[in-house]
Structure formats: structure tokens, C-alpha cells
Design a protein around this ligand. Structure first.
Ligand code: XIL
Length: 510
């Protein structure tokens, strides 16, 4: 399970070919592998971990039967077993309090040496063995009654835990069973009445921005796979996560999203290759010359586009190259400052060289209706087409507010002029933020805005996709980015459909 678990995708875990290690600095470091590995457990079972020497006090194997919902402890069913200062410690949480039930069993590790820690559920008992000998047992308050288990570790400040092997076992003569699966391979149950079914009837793509760490939440993954036929990574295909060090690339999280999309028959938008945000410090604080930066960007685009070749519908090659405020000149950006304005055309040419088939988009915000920003977007893309730059489409982000969204008529007019350039249009980041607290009337106003904008897109044959920037109000970027606002998406914090959902659904039916 070291290899199968994709621990390289879990933040704060380091991996090499022989082991995984978890280090804590000044606070406890708890890591739970919610995206790479999930076990379905039935009956009696045991989990075995071979810990590498020296095994420090304050290092624990963590087994989670139910993830939290809300506060870190709320609903959490978790068992930590490991070495404390006075012996083997068994701590568990049952989801109703932040305080653990704690027991300690005398044990002195033989130094130096690795040891095998085994945690078994035997009938209604949790039994702990070290190197095959029982050390202690506690009664099981039903920690794994949900039939599943996530693996993790908990490490006290200034400690390191290294694990050489992880395995599960069941008694041979019983009905017990352990199977491995990954949250990102879950296949959601489909429903005839879902958004995607209605959209497919119109040859339309309806999608959402996704955070792979949320795929382990069953209701999130089920809603995503049931309702949408398109997804985009909210953050995981951006520069900082995919290119974390000079010449170093990481596609863990993005690959999980693509696996989920393929398992659920969804398409994927790539977002984004060139943006002034999500840039790592190694790049922006490095002493690079213009030539260096040109070759770093070329290598980035070439590597990332080739990695995903054949798997994506489109790439947002350049994102938000025009300023956010009047007079809508060029966006101040590391790329523009070091390379010059030609970075935009260069990026599109390199993307096309890396993949001749994927559709290449320019994506921007605040230029959805008519006005100075949308004129600036129009002029930029028109200029690119005139120069022969390979450009297939425009993304009109559509982060709007219930207190002031562009009218459907203005959006239709803008779609029309972009379509006349031969460009495909996506509405790739829609949300309609509401001042908190929401009211029945603000939710109704939001539904009207969604309805009008979806209808404007459907009415233009070049407008081919609409995505919301997130699935549920519980995980939206809006409260962080626009303090005082929230409730911007189609599903509420409990993943229940809102009036806006019904409005979008009924727009597809017309
Ligand atoms: C946002 C994400 O939602 C946040 O989680 C992240 O911290 C910052 O980026 N326009 C875009 C998106 O093109 O990439 C942005 O996403 C939202 C605005």
C-alpha cells in the first residue's frame, strides 16, 4: 500500500523508493490519505505498518473510519495507535468532541530496530500487536462501522516517522474482506433528471471546478459525477502546483482528476498555463534573465501540454492578461515584466506545437457583457487572430454578483461578436455571489441571473460549455475572495440543489 497509495500526492508526506516519511515541525502533523487510497472493510481485519528505526515517541499510525464534516473533530471517527513516552498509546475520537479517549500500554521498543505495528479489529475489540505479540486492547466504539478506512499518520512536534511497509490482512476462515480503492476512481450513480443528461440532450457541456481532495467526500463525488459532464481543476493544473521546483513537475492531483473524469465519462478543461497568479517563489524570486524566463515558460508549456495530450478538451493558455480595472491596459505580471507583451502570442504558439489537437483558449474576467473590459478582450483576441496566432476560443469567466450582473442582452451581443470571429466560447467559471446572509429573495434573484445567462449561452451555437466555479457553497472561493459574500453556486453547503439549480435545469429543457 506504499506504492498503491500514491503517497506522493499527499501534502506533507515525503516518499522515496523504500519508504514514506512524515515530519512535524513546531506543531502536530496529521496527514490522512483521502485521495489516493481507501479501503472497504468488512468483519475482522488488521492493518500492519513496518516502522523504520529509530521509532520515536510521538509517532502514530492513524486509521480513519469516517472523515470529519465541519470542525476537525465533528463526525470524525479516528484511531491513532503509536508510541508515546510511556508505551504504546491508543487514542480514539468518536465524532462528538475534540477530546480523545486515551489509553497507554507499557512497552519498551528494542533499539535500534524497526518494528511491526499491527492494529486489528477483532469482533468489538481493537487489539494492538507489536512484532506479533499483543500489547493491549480496548473495546471498539464502532470506529469502522461505515465499512471504510482511510490511512494516515500523526506525528508530534519535532518528530519524524518513517514507514517501510503497509499492509492489510483478514482471517482466512471468515467472511471478512478488505478491498482497496481510490476516491478518485469512484463511479457516481447517474440519474436521468440530472443537469448533464439535460445538457447532453442539447449537445452542451455543463461542468464545475473541482478540488481533488474533496473527491473523498462521497456526496461531493456523487454530485459531481451525476450532474456534470465536464470538469476543470480549480487549482491543480496551475503553474505553482504543476511546476514546484526548477525542472521539477508534479501531476499527482491533476492526474487524479482526469482519472475521475474518465471513470465518470466527463470531459476536462485545462486551466491554466500562463497567469500572473499561482507562481512559485523559485521562479519569481529567482535571478533569471529574460532568456532564462523564455525558456522556463517554453519548457513549462511543452511539458504540461504534452503530459495531458489527448486527455483535455481545451487549455486556457493565457489567463487574465488584461488588467482588472480601467483603463484595462495590460495586466501587470511577472511574465509581461520579464518577457514583454509578446509572451501571450509565444504561449499560444508553443501550446499548439506541443499538441496540435487540443483547443486553445484565452480566458478573462469582467468582460462578459459589453463595456471597456470586453472591448479590450475583443481587441486582444482579434489582434491575435489577425497575427495568425493559434487561438480557438475565449473563456468569459462570469464571476458575477446578484447585486450587479451583466444583462443577458449584453452577454448575447458580446457572444455574437466573438462568434463572428469564428471563436468558440466557454463560460468556464460562473458563480453568482450573494451578500451574506442569503435570503429567499436573493436566492430567487440568483436563480434568475443563472437562468438568463445559461439561456444566452444556449442561444448561441458557438457557446459550447458552462461551468460553475465549484460544486457546493461549502467549498467556494467566494467567501475568501469577496468577504461578506457567499452562496454563489448551484448546490448549498449540504449539496442540496438550490433554486439556481432548478433554473439552470429548466433552461436546458426549453
Ligand atoms: C482561484 C481559486 O478558486 C482559489 O482557490 C485560488 O486560491 C485562487 O484562484 N479566476 C481564475 C481562477 O481564473 O483560476 C481563480 O481561481 C478565480 C478567478
Amino acid at each position: 500500500m506504499i506504492e498503491a497509495g500514491r503517497w506522493d500526492c499527499v501534502p506533507a508526506v515525503t516518499t522515496d523508493s523504500t519508504k514514506i516519511s512524515i515530519t512535524a515541525d513546531s506543531t502536530y502533523n496529521t496527514v490522512i490519505n483521502t485521495s489516493g487510497l481507501r479501503l472497504a472493510v468488512q468483519g475482522d481485519f488488521s492493518m500492519l505498518a513496518t516502522l523504520s528505526p529509530p521509532v520515536n515517541a510521538g509517532t502514530f499510525l492513524t486509521l480513519v473510519g469516517t472523515l470529519n464534516s465541519g470542525d476537525w473533530w465533528y463526525g470524525l471517527k479516528r484511531l491513532d495507535v503509536g508510541l508515546g513516552a510511556a508505551g504504546i498509546v491508543v487514542n480514539y475520537w468518536t465524532g462528538s468532541s475534540p477530546d480523545a479517549r486515551a489509553s497507554t500500554f507499557p512497552f519498551l521498543p528494542a533499539h535500534p530496530g524497526a518494528f511491526d505495528l499491527e492494529v486489528a479489529r477483532i469482533a468489538r475489540q481493537i487489539v494492538v500487536f507489536v512484532d506479533g505479540a499483543e500489547v493491549g486492547r480496548v473495546s471498539d466504539p464502532g470506529l469502522f462501522d461505515a465499512g471504510q478506512l482511510y490511512l494516515g499518520f500523526n506525528v508530534a512536534p519535532q518528530r519524524t516517522l518513517s514507514v517501510l511497509a503497509l499492509a492489510a490482512a483478514v482471517p482466512s476462515d471468515s467472511a471478512s474482506n478488505v478491498t482497496l480503492s481510490a476516491a478518485f476512481l469512484r463511479v457516481a450513480a447517474r440519474a436521468d433528471t440530472a443537469l448533464r443528461n439535460r445538457a447532453e440532450g442539447r449537445g452542451f457541456l455543463v461542468g464545475a471546478a473541482v478540488n481533488p481532495s474533496l473527491l473523498s467526500r462521497d456526496s461531493y463525488a456523487e454530485t459531481l459525477g451525476r450532474e456534470f459532464n465536464l470538469l476543470v481543476a480549480e487549482n491543480d493544473m496551475k503553474f505553482a502546483p504543476t511546476h514546484p521546483g526548477p525542472g521539477r513537475y508534479n501531476f499527482c492531483a491533476a492526474d487524479q482528476l482526469i482519472a475521475f473524469a474518465q471513470a465518470n465519462d466527463m470531459q476536462v478543461r485545462g486551466h491554466t498555463l500562463v497567469w500572473h497568479q499561482s507562481l512559485p517563489a523559485w521562479l519569481t524570486k529567482g535571478a533569471y534573465s529574460r532568456d532564462d524566463v523564455v525558456s522556463i515558460l517554453h519548457d513549462h508549456i511543452d511539458t504540461v501540454v504534452k503530459h495531458f495530450k489527448g486527455k483535455l478538451l481545451s487549455w486556457d493558455v493565457v489567463n487574465e492578461a488584461i488588467a482588472y480595472s480601467p483603463p484595462y491596459g495590460p495586466q501587470p505580471s511577472f511574465w509581461r515584466d520579464t518577457i514583454g507583451p509578446e509572451y501571450v502570442d509565444m504561449a499560444f504558439r508553443w501550446a499548439r506545437e506541443a499538441d496540435p489537437d487540443v483547443k486553445l483558449f484565452y480566458n478573462d474576467t469582467g468582460g462578459e457583457g459589453l463595456g471597456a473590459k470586453s472591448d479590450a478582450v475583443y481587441n486582444l483576441v482579434k489582434g491575435m487572430l489577425d497575427r495568425g496566432v493559434p487561438l480557438d476560443g475565449v473563456g468569459l469567466q462570469m464571476h458575477v454578483s446578484v447585486t450587479g450582473a451583466p444583462t443577458p442582452a449584453a452577454i448575447s451581443a458580446n457572444l455574437q461578436r466573438l462568434a463572428q470571429l469564428g471563436l468558440t466560447i466557454h463560460i468556464p467559471e460562473m458563480d453568482v455571489r450573494i451578500p451574506s446572509p442569503q435570503t429567499a429573495s436573493s436566492l430567487a434573484g440568483q436563480a434568475t441571473i443563472y437562468r438568463g445567462i445559461v439561456a444566452a449561452c444556449l442561444a448561441n451555437s458557438k457557446c459550447e460549455a458552462l461551468l460553475t466555479w465549484g460544486v457546493s457553497d461549502a467549498n467556494s472561493w467566494i467567501p475568501g475572495a469577496y468577504p461578506g459574500f457567499g452562496s454563489a453556486l448551484l448546490f448549498d453547503e449540504q449539496l442540496q440543489p438550490k433554486p439556481a439549480y432548478q433554473a439552470v435545469l429548466s433552461s436546458f429543457e426549453q
